[in-house]
Design a protein around this ligand. Structure first.
Ligand code: PMP
Length: 359
């Protein structure tokens, strides 16, 4: 067979992103909203999609959706950019602020896509690890940016997979300490109810990332957005794929965003369930849950990989980080419906009791 020459060298050692999807009764592994878009809104999305021309290219910048998002955030259209999920915007960010000779500051453990994007774009990665309790090592981060070589840093708030939001006073100190682009990934901000949006006026180096995939039940549709200064947005527009957000996704996202108030009760219910799930986890011997401001909870336990398999046998899929760097022995459970959460807690309790009896 004729052989092919190797792919680009920066791909060596990279594992393709694997969300580890497996069929399960209770799908508690991907931090999605457990409830789909409700019927009346879904009907409105279908009506909007029926009106959409399929033979024409979509509006490249999704300007109608941009206007809705801009208005809700007290910004102008040119301060908003919509992408094919937050994922696309994170890649655009690495293309625009990273690259050969450029440096990204990562704060692990955090969302793995950031480091992958940096590697793909030949960006140097510098790390300041979180402390053992997953809080940010604030002084170490500030000291590292003081060296002046960091081009961009991503602060995830709330952080995935660890759950806590970044202290606002720390992000502000960071913004004041550097001219690096400080990206605050607020993919889960609807569950923490805190945003860095008020600091956009005073900080050109702040960029906020958000998504429709979590609170707004649209993970299947792929829409995310960033808020920032017009010239930062313009740089991102230079690197993006012109038609990455298709017309059907734009239509769905417009309807959902215009009706975002209808998601409030569902968000409040998830926050309440999160607190109930936390109380349940705290009653289980040997389980250490970490505080969460998001729609998931990370917890550490002995025998985490066996627990993962036991839960899966019982129809509950959670995310296994038990062998991931800095996350040894950890699993992450997404807040589901009350029934799913009860099923998860009961199965985990059975696993732990079974182990106690076996001793
Ligand atoms: N940021 C964080 C922290 C995430 O957890 C995710 C989704 N897993 C994203 C961004 C991207 O989400 P999406 O591409 O679905 O908008």
């Amino acid at each position: 067979m004729r052989r092919v020459r190797p792919a680009a060298p920066q791909l060596a050692g990279l594992e393709p992103y694997d969300p580890k999807y497996l069929p399960a009764e209770a799908f508690l592994s991907a931090n999605e909203n457990p409830c789909d878009v409700e019927a009346a809104l879904r009907a409105e999305i279908v009506r909007e999609i029926r009106r959409t021309a399929l033979n024409r290219y979509p509006d490249p910048l999704a300007n109608d959706l941009r206007d809705l998002i801009a208005e809700a955030n007290g910004l102008d259209r040119d301060q908003v950019l919509v992408g094919n999920g937050g994922d696309e915007l994170l890649f655009d960010l690495a293309l625009a602020w990273g690259g050969p000779g450029r440096t990204f500051l990562n704060l692990p453990p955090t969302f793995s896509v950031y480091a992958t994007n940096a590697q793909l774009t030949n960006t140097r990665i510098v790390e300041v690890a979180r402390r053992a309790d997953f809080s940010l090592d604030e002084e170490a981060v500030l000291a590292r940016v003081a060296a002046g070589d960091i081009d961009y840093v991503i602060v995830t708030s709330p952080n995935n997979p660890t759950g806590e939001r970044a202290p606002e006073d720390f992000v502000l100190r960071l913004l004041d300490a550097t001219d690096a682009l400080v990206v605050v990934d607020e993919a889960y901000f609807e569950f923490s109810r805190r945003t860095l949006r008020p600091y956009l006026e005073s900080h050109e180096n702040l960029l906020i990332l958000r998504t429709f995939s979590k609170a707004f039940s649209l993970a299947g549709v792929r829409v995310g957005y960033v808020l920032g200064h017009a010239h930062v947005i313009r740089e991102l527009v230079k690197v993006r794929q012109p038609y990455s957000v298709d017309a059907l996704s734009q239509a769905a996202a417009r309807v959902v965003f215009a009706n975002r108030a209808t998601f409030e009760p569902g968000i409040a219910a998830i926050i309440e369930e999160r607190e109930r799930l936390m109380r349940g986890l705290l009653t289980l011997p040997g389980v250490t849950p970490f505080p969460s401001d998001a729609n998931y909870i990370l917890f550490r336990m002995e025998g985490a990989d066996a627990a993962w398999a036991f839960l899966y046998e019982r129809g509950v899929l959670v995310r296994d980080f038990s062998h991931a760097p800095l996350l040894e022995g950890c699993l992450r459970v997404t807040v589901g419906t009350p029934e799913q959460n009860d099923g998860f807690l009961a199965a985990l309790r059975d696993f732990i009791m079974g182990r106690c009896e076996a001793r």
